[in-house]
Design a protein around this ligand. Structure first.
Ligand code: CDP
Length: 769
């Protein structure tokens, strides 16, 4: 059991909504019912008249304080409260603060807003159409709905490779809009103390220090007078990285009223207004030699960014790390272009359980690989074998600039194929097909960049991507560890203590881990992109080693020998050649406060800021078998085999939990989960009746296998793992369904691969989007 489980499973967690402060008021947000409309007037008088209403905030009031707009993590701006127009259904229009949450809701209902509807734009095609209304007319110089354009790779070399190709394989698809949908929605309790002028905000954030810096900049408050506390967080999956308007409203309301103000978002609010994931249209082609060799890859991505460009993404890469695509394959050369489009939808494009845009990158890669193998008439496992980077290729520079440093790709693939019984399944499949049964097998192999930094290449809002750890070993040998990461269920309280124990020999039970309080934790960039182990976890190792180095000097003093004569075994120093003469780490800790050598600074504590030399590159092979019902298009999963290589595993049980969770989300995305919008911009997927979360009942069983290729630069050889299965998994499910209906010649069914889509494909023999 994980350390944190004892409080979670007994309902003793302490989440933001559990925070109750004396005199606390409650906040509710009035949201726009329309996707695109001009605001003609807002009448708040009836709301003000309700007893118990303390404050009604409008965009105009925010504008008077220069707070109507805020910067996003992608150098765009986002409306905090609408002033001129509403730009998506669910946008924040007014805020009511009252004595209790019900009065605040009543207050919202009493506000009269007059809108003049404008034509809504709900996809990139409409967004780019000539004469389309300009959504972001608030931005100077914005003449159309283009959010950004970006390109990477070698265009000329790619064109040359395509001219020499025997076969060109093409594929177009849409990765639908999905939502991370953590069980706990967003929320905050802002507490501005008028006496001390200190602002404390309890909030659901994956990155409290970034929020503190953002609040300091937006609200122009001194950073040392801001304390952000992320207590227990009930799942984040990327959804809790951005700074949402609701946080800003509660902060301003608390400053204006001099009282604590709580905002607790409901499920619909979360689903319709906070950071979604994906919504990308991909168009790609591969230049192939007839023997199966990939010569080049060309791709274009159109992303639907919604009304504001509010991704979290490293500033140099407009489309996240999309160009990590094909990193595990030797593709020769490649060229990627991308265009972001503003639409009348909620802002986002957040990294839903992934590193920026790698999920889309890996999905497209693995769908293209299957299509290319089919076009060449080569078995899909064999096609991968021909093109995967061999073990002796590392370190290898990808055509898009990444340095892939380690892996045993062929071994992982082979373990997966053996586990599923690939050849036997192919025979079974042929026999079943002869009897009208449709069996299919899908493979997805991928490496992905986890662990943003390093600081040379990665920053958010100019803040370099590193992380930190602070370790204090007390007099009795017990310790407290703090990091700049923030667990949201990943189990850091367990695994960080294990790293300290591994480095120092202090029992893990003697190490308490604290994260999420900016007044006490060292500055860090938070937890997302599976960066905690690669960066903060490395910092934990490094700070432990600093402590060990100091403890060695103390041991030499205690044992009355020179430092050079001291040897280390886990938890204990001893004299070389006289192993019975030793000092435990606990004895050294005691001496650090009671008997230190002359001239030595007392205490046994330190901190480490870790800037990784590279990203970490875990590899995974996911293989899925399915049976499709030819009458209904319903498909059942037969088996799921996962082979993950995340380097050294700190806690195998937690790693397996991460992989199972990721595979569950992969299954959901491929099978049932998406947000869509009607022509008026009304969201479909605003509640759990429409937006489906798989339960234990639907979720298939998973068979897990492992390979360990240590990360060459991480202090303990670990690579990130949290998101691998969610990133690599979806393609395996979709590939399996398409393999089952390969006889129709259908190359693509867009996710989610709903039964009616499969049925249509079976009837029409046409791709279904
Ligand atoms: O950043 P995040 O915590 O979401 O992802 P991660 O760094 O991949 O770690 C997820 C969980 O798996 C953490 O508790 C890690 O310590 C653990 N883990 C592990 O035990 N061994 C690894 N090689 C990687 C992660």
């Amino acid at each position: 059991m994980r350390v944190e489980d004892s409080r979670f499973i007994r309902g003793r967690g302490n989440y933001t909504d559990d925070v109750k402060l004396p005199g606390m008021l409650y906040m509710e947000i009035l949201r726009s019912p329309l996707a695109h409309a001009r605001i003609i007037s807002i009448d708040t008088s009836r709301a003000w008249a309700i007893p118990g209403v303390r404050l009604v905030l409008t965009g105009e009031m925010m504008a008077q304080r220069n707070l109507a707009w805020m910067p996003t993590l992608s150098y765009d701006t986002q409306a905090v409260l609408a002033t001129d127009k509403v730009r998506f259904q669910g946008q924040e229009v007014c805020v009511v603060v009252a004595d209790d949450p019900y009065i605040a809701k009543d207050g919202c209902e009493a506000i009269d807003v007059e809108y003049e509807p404008l034509p809504p734009i709900v996809n990139p095609e409409q967004s780019a159409a000539p004469g389309a209304p300009v959504i972001r007319d608030d931005k100077q110089g914005q003449v159309d709905n283009t959010c950004y354009r970006w390109e990477v790779g070698d265009r000329e070399a790619t064109e040359r490779a395509f001219a020499e190709a025997d076969v060109v394989s093409k594929l177009k698809l849409h990765y639908p809009r999905s939502h991370p949908s953590p069980i706990e929605c967003c929320g905050s309790v802002a507490d501005f103390d008028p006496a001390t002028k200190k602002l404390t905000v309890y909030m659901t954030s994956q990155a409290p220090h970034i929020v503190r810096s953002a609040v300091a900049l937006i609200a122009e408050l001194p950073e040392h007078m801001i304390r952000i506390v992320s207590p227990d967080v009930g799942g984040g999956f990327g959804n809790k990285v951005p700074v949402y308007p609701g946080y800003v409203h509660s902060i301003l309301a608390s400053i204006l009223l001099g009282k604590p103000v709580k905002w607790t978002e409901d499920k619909t609010g979360n689903l319709i207004s906070t950071g979604f994931g994906r919504d990308m249209y991909l168009d790609g082609e591969m230049a192939l030699r007839s023997d199966g060799k990939i010569l080049a890859v060309r791709m274009h991505a159109d992303t639907d960014q919604g009304a504001f460009f509010a991704d979290a993404q490293p500033s140099k890469f407009k489309i996240g790390l999309m160009h990590s695509t094909f990193a595990c394959y030797n593709i020769g050369t490649g060229y990627i272009t991308a265009q972001g489009h503003y639409t009348n939808k909620a802002p986002g494009g957040v990294a839903y359980r992934c590193s920026f845009r790698v999920t889309e990158a890996m999905f497209f890669q693995e769908r293209m690989v299957q299509a290319a193998a089919d076009d060449l008439g080569i078995d899909q496992a064999e096609f991968r074998r021909v093109n995967l980077l061999p073990d002796d290729a590392f370190p290898a520079r990808t055509p898009f600039g990444f340095l892939v440093d380690s892996g045993q790709y062929d071994k992982c693939l082979q373990i997966g194929l053996d586990a599923i019984g690939y050849e036997e399944f192919r025979r079974e499949q042929a026999a079943a097909r002869a009897k009208g049964r449709l069996l299919g097998i899908g493979i997805s192999t991928m490496t992905e960049p986890l662990g943003a930094g390093n600081s040379r290449e990665y920053d958010i809002l100019g803040i370099k991507m590193f992380d930190s750890a602070e370790l204090r070993v007390h007099l009795t040998g017990k310790a407290i560890l703090r990091t700049g990461a923030k667990t949201q269920g990943q189990g850091h309280e367990t695994t960080w203590a294990q790293i300290v124990s591994h480095e120092l020999g202090i029992p893990a039970a003697d190490v308490v881990v604290e994260e999420g309080d900016t007044d006490t934790a060292p500055y860090g960039m938070g937890t997302y992109a599976s960066r905690s182990t690669p960066v903060a976890g490395a910092a934990v190792s490094m700070v432990s080693r600093k402590i060990r180095a100091k403890a060695r000097k103390i041991a030499a003093h205690l044992l009355e020998v020179s430092e050079e004569d001291i040897e280390w075994e886990l938890g204990r120093f001893f004299v070389r050649g006289a192993p019975e003469r030793g000092a435990t780490i606990q004895e050294c800790a005691m001496a650090a406060y009671s008997n230190m050598p002359d001239g030595m600074e007392p205490g046994l504590e330190g901190n480490a800021y870790y800037d990784p030399p590279n990203l970490t590159w875990p590899f995974a092979c996911y293989i899925v078998t399915v049976e499709v019902d030819p009458e209904t298009g319903v498909w059942d999963v037969l088996r799921v085999v996962a082979v993950d290589d995340c380097g050294v595993r700190i806690n195998p049980m937690i790693v397996e939990g991460q992989i199972m969770g990721g595979l569950t989300e992969a299954y959901a995305m491929s099978n049932m989960q998406f947000q869509t919008y009607d022509a008026e911009g009304n969201i479909v997927g605003s509640n759990y009746m429409d937006y489906l979360i798989p339960t234990a009942w639907e979720t298939p069983g998973f068979e897990l296998h492992e390979v360990v290729t240590p990360c060459p630069h991480h202090p303990i050889g670990a690579k990130g793992v949290g998101e691998c299965a969610a990133v690599g998994g979806p393609a395996a499910f979709v590939n399996a369904v398409l393999d089952a209906i390969a006889h129709t010649g259908v190359r693509n069914i867009d996710m989610p691969v709903l039964p009616d889509r499969v049925w249509t494909a079976l009837q029409t023999h046409q791709d279904v989007s």
